[in-house]
Design a protein around this ligand. Structure first.
Ligand code: SF4
Length: 387
């Protein structure tokens, strides 16, 4: 039975749909996928979004405790003083109750919870944690929870959030203090954001036997002169030293009645190239030097970063699929981790003779890899039809 209070809460939740534009919580396309692939779609319930989580694809309730905020980030529709934004607030108890109704009805299986900041980050973080305590303890929910960490939250709050959630996000928004100052002048890059990602890693190291949430971050791309090189240098560093699970990139889109309303939107292809490159750095063993940056330090929009690498490096020194190590195989366009593993297994049996065999191993469009490979020391014909 849905009470009037819960029904009102669910109505409020659906009215907070704007949040999905600013808080991507699902997996984006991989390094090998098309830029046009959709990574999330909205279900019938406006407040629920189907996202790919570490626990598989789930209908996740994605919401805020409040759309009011005392800060004034220049890109954000929830910034203080923006008249167009409808301010809605839900208490921890109401939110937990509504989520329980949605999970019991099998409408949602996962929660992404964020909030505007009211009465400081610590008070707001307490409310977020209270909500998750109720969800976990009163309603015994064991599924996926992604919890936002407020800038400047305390270490104890961070630890408790990591115990309760599967994933926490500390959104850096920009790659340097100067860029952040141009984007969100009330946020302190080092003290409130970067230090939190480092603190999360210290907590993990101090509690090696506890199951703790992983960390993710997000960048608003292209509003204040930030470069891809700055963004990827920082994410690479955080992958290596703070066990960052992943970075999300959000191409800047101007919002009316904000200081950046006349700043041009960022080409969505830039966001896609950043995703491709970050997967190459995180999952393929690439280093920054392997990526091709042009001009001020941005990735080329006109060419896939793997293809750019192959054209520069593999045309004259093709990779022999019969002898190359796994990380070298993954430098070839259209060969990812699964394809490399399939090649390693197949070549032990000696049965890779042509592009048709590669296709049978699950490598899509192997003719795209053909200019950059050898099979047993010999070039292979580029057209499958010729085989
Ligand atoms: S802290 Fe900044 S980004 Fe977050 S809700 Fe407030 S204004 Fe928006």
């Amino acid at each position: 039975m849905i009470t009037q209070t819960v029904s009102t809460t669910i109505t409020k939740l659906s009215q907070m749909g704007d949040l999905t534009l600013f808080e991507p919580a699902g997996d984006q396309p991989s390094a090998e996928h098309s830029p046009h692939a959709s990574y999330q779609s909205h279900s019938l319930e406006e407040c629920i979004t189907n996202v790919s989580t570490p626990k598989g694809a789930k209908p996740v309730l994605k919401s805020m405790l409040t759309t009011a905020c005392e800060r004034n980030c220049f890109y954000c529709p929830f910034r203080a003083g923006r008249g167009k934004t409808r301010r809605l607030t839900i208490s921890p108890d109401e939110m937990a109750k509504a989520f329980n109704i949605l999970t019991s009805a099998k409408k949602a299986d996962g929660l992404f919870l964020s909030s505007g900041i009211i009465r400081g980050s610590v008070t707001t973080q307490d409310k977020l944690i209270d909500t998750i305590e109720i969800v976990r303890n009163r309603y015994q929910y064991k599924g996926y929870i992604h919890l936002k960490i407020m800038p400047g939250a305390e270490d104890d709050q961070l630890y408790r959030a990591m115990q309760l959630a599967d994933r926490i996000s500390v959104n850096l928004e920009a790659p340097t203090p100067e860029r952040l100052n141009a984007l969100a002048p009330k946020k302190d890059f080092e003290r409130e954001l970067l230090s939190m990602l480092r603190a999360a890693e210290r907590i993990r190291r101090a509690h090696p036997h506890e199951k703790l949430a992983n960390s993710v971050t997000q960048f608003v791309v292209g509003a204040v002169g930030d470069t891809d090189l700055e963004i990827l240098s920082l994410t690479q560093n955080l992958h290596k030293h703070a066990r960052l699970a992943r970075a999300y990139f959000s191409a800047f889109n101007p919002v009316l009645q904000t200081p950046l309303e006349n700043t041009p939107a960022t080409d969505p292809m830039r966001e896609f190239r950043l995703y491709q490159s970050s997967f190459l750095l995180r999952d393929y063993g690439w280093e920054l030097e392997d990526l091709t940056f042009a001009g001020v330090g941005n990735l080329r929009l006109d060419v896939d970063p793997k293809l750019a690498y192959a054209q520069e490096n593999l045309t004259r020194s093709p990779v022999d699929l019969m002898t190359a190590e796994r990380h070298i195989l993954m430098r070839v366009p259209n060969i990812g981790p699964k394809g490399a593993d399939a090649i390693l297994r197949a070549r032990r049996k000696g049965n890779i003779r042509d592009l048709g065999d590669l296709r049978k191993l699950g490598i899509a469009a192997p003719e795209k890899a053909a200019p950059f490979i050898l099979l047993g020391g010999k070039h292979v014909p580029h057209q499958i039809g010729l085989l």
